[in-house]
Design a protein around this ligand. Structure first.
Ligand SMILES: [Zn+2]
Length: 380
């Protein structure tokens, strides 16, 4: 390509971008705000905070940061008579989750979610992505600080890591919550204070299907909390005897395991392709508005597919970064510790993914990085 042609292409691209920005400034791009709790449209077409609603947004983020589940937040809002954006009494867990992930709350915003091709028709068309999304930092006032927002994104990634996609469990005050699993039926163990057979109050852990499911009661046994705690200390000390080999192993493979550069480069390539398609779409409309329904739709579909791929990659990058942070923290603890005498719940949270309880009463501790230690508590 001649440099003149290149120059021409570059200038077309610049013009398209400039045009898009200008339309945004003129308020011809409709940012969907109708269902966004905490904001209303300002005179200039941007977003303006509605203080009463913003309070609800802050409450939801605060509760989540304090470890509440989506369901607990939903129940709290409903029992306190706090209404949704549309004035409804019932809240949806997914709406709460989407709010927690909405980047608009930290003052950022993706432009052009809805695009008005006003040179063709006045009818508003939802922009399914044919126009590139320019990520703009701070075009309006945030409700949540960037630090809190980022912390929440990490916590969402953590829940996904620990419970899988479908398990939206909670951070309870007990380090063994959602960590102790029944090998017989795969349910989680839950805390119970009284035993079924004696009146003594001895805190312990029991399979959820043993405790609550009277139809098909799981035949697993109850583990006294003191035994779990003691066996964790024993398992950790066993692990620490071998700590140098773990540290050496991870010194070699940490970078290649948790490096996100390749994923990031892939995401950037997809982003670049999306922008190319968007430019093509714009040129198509400007050159001949009648193409709008044919070739344009094709480009739109391609763009949508790329957008989905991009979102998947972004989630993978976040998850990998979370797992890397957790591994780094785990290795630092290994480095620091030599022998542990007393139980410490924070060590369980930082170092143990789960504890499997087997029929033969043995406990298997799954440490971060898949290292397992099996313990057989002494019978009393
Ligand atoms: Zn069970």
């Amino acid at each position: 390509m001649s440099s003149l042609a290149q120059e021409e292409r570059r200038s077309i691209s610049e013009n398209v971008k400039w045009g898009v920005r200008k339309k945004y400034e003129e308020g011809t791009y409709r940012i969907p705000y109708g269902n966004l709790m905490g904001y209303t449209r300002a005179e200039d077409g941007g977003l303006k905070i509605v203080e009463e609603e913003a309070e609800t947004v802050r409450l939801i983020f605060r509760m989540f940061l304090n470890g509440s589940t989506y369901t607990a937040i939903k129940n709290h809002l409903e029992s306190h008579g706090i209404k949704t954006k549309f004035g409804r009494d019932k809240w949806d867990r997914n709406v709460i989750k989407q709010m927690l992930m909405n980047e608009k709350y930290k003052g950022d915003l993706i432009l052009q979610k809805i695009y008005t091709p006003d040179f063709i028709t006045k009818k508003q068309v939802k922009n399914k992505g044919a126009i590139p999304s320019y990520y703009v930092t701070n075009p309006h006032q945030g409700i949540i600080s960037a630090e809190d927002f980022d912390k929440v994104q990490k916590m969402i990634a953590e829940r996904k890591y620990r419970y899988g996609k479908e398990r939206l469990g909670c951070n309870t005050p007990f380090p063994f919550s959602h960590r102790v699993q029944c090998a017989t039926c795969k349910s989680w163990y839950t805390r119970s204070v009284a035993t079924r057979y004696t009146k003594k109050k001895v805190p312990g852990w029991i399979c959820w299907k043993n405790k609550y499911d009277s139809g098909q009661r799981c035949p697993s046994h109850r583990v006294p909390e003191a035994v779990l705690e003691q066996e964790f200390v024993n398992a950790l000390n066993e692990l620490l005897e071998d700590k140098q080999s773990i540290l050496d192993e991870w010194a070699d493979k940490f970078d290649q395991t948790y490096n996100t550069e390749k994923l990031q480069a892939k995401a950037d390539r997809i982003q670049a392709r999306m922008e190319k398609i968007a430019e093509k779409a714009e040129k198509l409309i400007e050159a001949n508005p009648s193409y709008f329904n044919e070739a344009y739709t094709e480009l739109l579909e391609e763009y949508e597919k790329l957008e989905k791929d991009h979102a998947k990659l972004a989630a993978r990058i976040r998850d990998t970064e979370y797992e890397g942070d957790r591994m780094r923290n785990y290795l630092e603890l290994l480095q620091k510790l030599d022998h542990v005498d007393d139980f410490d719940g924070d060590l369980v949270r930082a170092m143990v993914d789960k504890v499997m309880v087997y029929k033969n009463r043995s406990l298997e501790f799954y440490f971060v990085g898949k290292r397992r230690i099996n313990r057989r508590p002494e019978q009393k």
